[in-house]
Design a protein around this ligand. Structure first.
Ligand SMILES: Cc1cc2nc3c(=O)[nH]c(=O)nc-3n(C[C@H](O)[C@H](O)[C@H](O)COP(=O)(O)OP(=O)(O)OC[C@H]3O[C@@H](n4cnc5c(N)ncnc54)[C@H](O)[C@@H]3O)c2cc1C
Length: 287
């Protein structure tokens, strides 16, 4: 195991100061389930890890007016156990239930999942589906960035040296809205996503779609909402035919970006099915 220093920060201010230290290249450490695995294979590009996992400001889960606030150091287990998130962010809770096993869920954090920038990250599609902002602090100040804009490509983010994600916020969804998350892995337990989908939606009192979000993960080099699919749902009455057409449109939109490659034959059919299934769960149709 390579050598590096370790320090535990007690507050966001202290963490930001340590990360800004020009004498010592530092990186945040939360659950360590990505970074400590990586340093076993690749020599670290840092001299010190700044542990942010116990900073109280980064552990909150609360409603603030019309927004939900989730600290970046909140673990998957804490997400699963939150009654507020079960009520307002089902897709995030369902994704958290599918991350790794209990040990990973107890240690791994939402902030670490986003900052690590993996295309297969399960926490990210739900955050994009919820239209979440990442709140980032460094020694120059604070900024809020849409989570989708923070990711620039596989294992690449727009985070700079010294940046710390402190928390995420997202608006409370419209009344009656539901959300879901579905993951396709190579096996049932402890599987990394080959594809996943976060989806959300709401119906008008006449039973037509008035709110729709569809966010496939591991489908594009840069994760985003599939607005083309969302737009074709708006104003329609949920039906099997609509879900299947929306699934086909999602596959078409994916291939339009990625082109055809060795995995397309599989992913095209799989994504179509996942999107249709996610929409079926969100807009349960009464026959
Ligand atoms: C066995 C195993 C199974 C796994 N299964 C899954 C899975 O099913 N789905 C999935 O998505 N992931 C999975 N992972 C990956 C990992 O658990 C997640 O990505 C987890 O959310 C990472 O969070 P962490 O707190 O452990 O991050 P860390 O390892 O502590 O940090 C990861 C990166 O983010 C940076 N960072 C951490 N916190 C912040 C912050 N607040 N601000 C700025 N930068 C920060 C670190 O410097 C580092 O670069 C698995 C990992 C293992 C080992």
């Amino acid at each position: 195991m390579p050598m590096f220093d370790y320090v535990r920060a007690k507050s966001v201010a202290e963490a930001v100061e340590l990360l800004a230290d020009t004498q010592c290249v530092s990186r945040p450490l939360a659950g360590g389930t990505d970074v400590l695995v990586q340093v076993r294979h690749t020599p670290p590009t840092f001299q010190r890890l700044v542990d942010v996992s116990r900073i109280p400001e980064m552990k909150i889960i609360e409603r603030q007016g019309d927004e939900i606030c989730v600290g970046a150091a909140v673990t998957y287990t804490e997400i699963i156990e939150s009654a507020l998130l079960r009520e307002t962010a089902t897709c995030l809770v369902e994704a958290s239930r599918l991350v790794g096993g209990p040990a990973i869920a107890n240690a791994g954090t939402l902030g670490g999942n986003v900052a690590n920038g993996a295309a297969c990250a399960d926490g990210v599609p739900p955050l994009v589906c919820l239209d979440a902002l990442a709140h980032v602090r460094n020694s120059a100040g604070a900024r809020a960035v849409p989570v989708a804009d923070l990711l620039s490509g596989p294992h690449e983010t727009m985070l700079q040296r010294g940046d710390l994600i402190t928390h995420f916020t997202f608006p409370v969804m419209p009344d009656g809205a539901r959300s879901t998350f579905i993951k396709l892995g190579r096996r049932n337990a402890q599987a990394i996503s080959r594809l996943n989908v976060a989806a959300a939606g709401a119906l008008s009192s006449e039973g037509r779609v008035i709110f729709a979000r569809v966010v496939p993960g591991s489908a594009l080099p840069r994760l985003r909402r599939f607005v083309e699919v969302e737009n074709m749902l708006i104003g329609e009455r949920p039906s099997e035919a609509l879900f299947e057409t929306a699934g086909a449109e999602a596959s078409r939109a994916m291939v339009a970006v990625t082109g055809r490659r060795w995995s397309t034959e599989y992913k095209e059919i799989a994504l179509q099915g996942l999107v249709a299934r996610a929409l079926r769960q969100v807009f349960t149709v009464e026959n």
